[in-house]
Design a binder for this molecule. Sequence first.
Ligand SMILES: [Zn+2]
Ligand SMILES: [Zn+2]
Length: 288
Amino acid sequence: MDELRAALTSAGSTAAVMAIYAFVWLITGSLAALAELAHTLVDAIAVTVTVFAVKTSRKPPDVEHPYGHYKADTLGGLFGSVIVLIAAALIAYEAVERLLAWEPFTPDLFAAVAVVAAIAIDLNRVSILRRFKRSKALSADALHFTTDIFASAAVLVDFVIAMALASISYSLFREISPLVDVAMAAAITAIFASLSFRLLKASAIELLDYSPPDVVQEVEKVARGINGVVGVKDIRVRKAGEIYHGELTIEVPRGLSVEEAHEIADEVEKRVKEMLGGVVTVHVEPTS
Ligand SMILES: [Zn+2]
Ligand SMILES: [Zn+2]
């Protein structure tokens, strides 16, 4: 499976989860199901952006984008991380709201079954999305739907506690239900806000033409290893999605003809390009 297939599978999963909650809402009129349905609309926006980002990032270079469209994926990752941040904030907001109203969880078997189905669908999609660690857009979606799984699991925990406690003592259940809710929401919010912030930072750094020192070192090693190269300097590498673009200056012996110097530069360009994957430009200077 490739990145685009993974993104499309994720979009299909969202459609399935949406159908489940729409069905539950139509049958029961439950407000919780309606809230989940509203959430899947946000999911639909997120997966649509991801499909678009992944699709665009794979387009070959064209006249207006001679360096390719790789950064579309990074931009998708940036957007996706913001969505996870918003989702985490909403989970916290809902929990605080229920704490203030001191409303215990209302157990609903039908909704619980729907939640189990949604978790199964999300587990499957996350296991696919997690395979594409180099794609920022798919990583953001993996994080998003992991957040959703935890939020759904929290509903199940609520359900189990409600079932177990309500039969023993309803007043005890009334007392602790909102607290359990808030504790779970706080944990989910803290974990996923920090994870999404990390991804947001990684995407932003990449968009700012990040130049990893280890890649620069590797370029220098490759260039120095080529016959005729006496020196290497001014290496500039920048990350664009899954590939790197690079520029470097090589020093060749004085007195070479243009043809000879060009041949060396061509070889450097070829080898460095094999390593970086993007556009590589080599400038030639005679040794000083
Ligand atoms: Zn979601
Ligand atoms: Zn273009």
